[in-house]
Design a protein around this ligand. Structure first.
Ligand code: FE2
Length: 208
């Protein structure tokens, strides 16, 4: 069984999620747009071991503190979708200019592809490739635990990620959203846990 906690106090207002397996206490952190220390302190107090730090995509507000996470969780593997790693190295790709910065970031340890599994004890998160917002955007989900993290592919309030940045593509985004919609097989109330996916179901008709 997976549990999760949301952390959101960064300048970009992007979420970081700590998702852990209740039994083994093994965890993944999703996205690094918030400083690492509160997550580190929470993990320590809950005896949680962070095995993975996963970036849903390469945009600045989701990766800004990745080096801090490397230091706080030195045994964790840092991962991103295969096609987004090059965006880390490019100001226009990681959109740091939008935040008044001109930053480039280092490479990651693992490049993820659709269908890859992130193992946390007996639990797992599956990687779903959802290009559109960026070429290598990914969502992470557990069908068993009815949990999905959607990055900037899908927002609360029914919105979807912008596709007008360099490397964005609205037509490809539509295909990704249809793909997520086709996976909506569990009861509606359960999707509330996923926070964002309920909106996909409500707005599903407009996406087809
Ligand atoms: Fe983004």
């Amino acid at each position: 069984m997976l549990s999760f906690k949301k952390f959101c106090y960064g300048m970009g207002f992007s979420n970081s999620f700590l998702i852990w397996d209740d039994e083994s206490r093994e965890a993944a952190i999703i996205d690094c747009g918030n400083t690492a220390e509160p997550i580190f302190r929470f993990a320590l107090s809950e005896k949680i071991t962070v095995k993975w730090v996963i970036l849903t995509h390469a945009h600045y507000d989701h990766v800004l503190y990745m080096e801090e996470y490397r230091e706080s969780f030195p045994d964790a593997k840092l991962a991103i979708g295969m096609r987004d790693e090059p965006l880390l190295f490019e100001v226009e790709g990681n959109v740091s200019y939008l935040f008044g910065d001109s930053r480039v970031f280092d490479s990651v340890d693992v490049k993820l592809s659709s269908g890859d599994k992130i193992l946390l004890g007996e639990s797992e998160l599956s990687v779903i490739s959802t290009p559109g917002h960026t070429p290598g955007s990914i969502c992470l989900y557990s069908e068993a635990d009815k949990l999905m993290v959607t990055g900037d592919t899908l927002f609360g309030g029914g919105g979807i990620g912008r596709t007008d940045f360099k490397y964005g593509d609205m037509e490809i985004m539509r295909i990704s959203l249809r793909r997520l919609l086709s996976m909506a097989r569990w009861p509606l109330e359960d999707w509330i846990r996923a926070e964002k996916l309920i909106l996909l179901i409500k707005n599903g008709e407009t996406l087809n």
